[in-house]
Write a protein that binds this ligand. Structure first.
Ligand SMILES: [Zn+2]
Length: 225
């Protein structure tokens, strides 16, 4: 589904939202869903009449399995390079396990992770704090994880990974506390996001926030404890 000029949410991807960004000079995929979505992403690009071999880069907002699950598949299918923040690179490369979640959820995740068929991949591009890729601003927004990033496409559109989420009605929400590594840093990152100008916000989970999205983030921040 095309959300706005050249920016698509790839239909049917399981796990986190996966986005295709086509600019005049580059084609990028932002996040890949759970393992097993690589072919679906490639098929979506083909259906647009585009060549998947022309994907410049697969940018991962952070190394949770629902975002990086199909990165290795996608690299094999398209030859695209893989980019992630330094704080997440070891998990993607399989040198470190997935971050532990607290409580019962953590126990469950530990049990099911070996069955998810995660394929590790060594990233080609590693971001250090604020950075840039193909003319797109990469903003370090830690909290949900240590190396979480947002992509600031233009004064119109921002992609936030799991720094913020929305429900299916498009109401904006902070990241779930039980999934966040550091809620104080997560809030500081939301403040950084709220100081930018954008009309559309594309979260890792939930529906796109379309129209006056920056104001909605500011409003939500005011109500956060
Ligand atoms: Zn997620």
């Amino acid at each position: 589904m095309e959300i706005t000029g050249g920016i698509h949410q790839i239909d049917g991807v399981k796990g986190a939202n996966s986005y295709l960004v086509i600019t005049p000079s580059a084609m990028l995929i932002i996040d890949t869903g759970m393992p097993g979505n690589g072919q679906k992403i490639v098929n979506y690009i083909k259906a647009l009449g585009k060549n998947p071999a022309k994907i410049d880069c697969v940018v991962l907002t952070h190394a949770d399995i629902d975002h990086i699950g199909s990165a290795a598949e996608l690299k094999k299918l398209s030859g695209a390079s893989i980019a992630i923040h330094a704080g997440e690179a070891a998990t993607l490369a399989g040198k470190e396990g997935f971050r532990p979640a607290p409580g019962l959820l953590g126990v469950l995740l530990k049990i099911i992770t070996p069955f998810l068929r995660f394929q590790k991949v060594v990233p080609d591009v590693i971001f250090q704090d604020d950075s840039e890729i193909k003319g797109i601003k990469v903003i370090h927004t830690p909290g949900h994880t240590a190396g979480s990033i947002c992509l600031y496409l233009s004064p119109k559109v921002i992609l936030v990974g799991d720094a913020l989420r929305s429900d299916q009605e498009g109401k904006i929400k902070p990241p779930a506390r039980r999934f966040s590594l550091d809620t104080t840093r997560a809030k500081a990152s939301i403040r950084i996001i709220s100081e930018l100008q954008f009309d559309i916000l594309l979260p890792g989970h939930g529906a796109p926030i379309i129209g006056k999205a920056a104001d909605k983030v500011k409003e939500m921040l005011k109500q956060m404890k």
